[in-house]
Design a protein around this ligand. Structure first.
Ligand SMILES: O=C(O)C(=O)C[C@H](O)[C@@H](O)CO
Length: 254
């Protein structure tokens, strides 16, 4: 049996627009609930959310085969943590704060087995291979891994061409929050200067034949990105949706 098909990766390659949601609560029930609401991809956020290995494991299980594809955002480009997340069964890894071509090359090394990369061999005893049930996992895993890199600083934008030239990168995600902060507009990703930098970066990413991704809280901007054909678009989070829904519900009473 081969490694499970990474449908998210296939749809990226087909240049479909996939709609995603950020999961920052670190709760498996929330992940399971969200997985049944029609989103194409769900980010299990290990950078800003309380998501350690067992939290990610619980959410991967909860999302399961419900249709949504889990994307695990790791805290940084630490090779050992990436290996652990892949062995847990994560097939799509999002790495924040990529700022050079070399960092991108090292990230590729981390997610793929030799000879492409240096991912450690251990999946035969791990969930990734169905605890050994998928006898062809080692031979097929590289084809089903998708590496997404985050560019979210001026240095990252300066290195974007080098990053885009690295073979094995499945997509580049622009982080508006960190980029706006780095550009001197902390908390204001909608600033014209930031928006112009984002638009230019997305155009460069797609011109390089690489799928582009972003997260926006602005519904009008989300629709515009979708119409423009951005490939992986996150449009909200568990936290903001739950909070706004509860506030609206309570406001309905004196
Ligand atoms: O910089 C950004 O914006 C992102 O990378 C997305 C945020 O980190 C996400 O946590 C929502 O705030």
């Amino acid at each position: 049996m081969p490694a499970p098909e990474n449908t998210f990766k296939r749809r990226l390659l087909a240049r479909e627009t996939q709609i995603g949601l950020w999961l920052s609560l670190g709760d498996a029930s929330v992940a399971e609930l969200a997985a049944g609401t029609g989103f194409d991809w769900l980010v299990i956020d290990g950078e800003h959310g309380p998501n350690g290995l067992r939290d990610v494991l619980a959410q991967l299980r909860a999302i399961g085969q419900r249709g949504a594809h889990p994307v695990v955002r790791v805290r940084d480009d630490n090779r050992a943590v990436i290996k652990q997340m892949l062995d847990l069964g994560a097939q799509t890894i999002l790495i924040p704060m990529i700022e050079s071509g070399e960092q991108a090359r090292q990230a590729v090394q981390s997610v793929y087995y030799p000879p492409v990369g240096v991912r450690g061999i251990g999946a035969a005893l791990a969930r990734a291979s169905g605890f050994g049930a998928e006898s062809d996992y080692l031979e097929t895993a590289n084809d089903e891994v998708c590496l997404l890199l985050q560019v979210e600083s001026r240095a990252g934008l300066d290195a974007l061409d080098d990053i885009l030239a690295v073979e094995g990168v499945g997509g580049v995600f622009i982080g508006p929050g960190d980029l706006s902060a780095d550009m001197g507009h902390r908390g204001n990703p909608g600033h014209p200067e930031v928006q112009a930098a984002i638009d230019e970066a997305i155009a460069r990413i797609q011109a390089a034949g690489v799928p582009a991704g972003i997260l926006t809280w602005n519904p009008d901007l989300a629709q515009a990105y979708a119409k423009a054909g951005i490939e992986f678009l996150a449009v909200g989070s568990d936290v903001t949706t739950l909070r706004s829904g509860l506030l609206a519900l309570r406001r309905g009473f004196a």
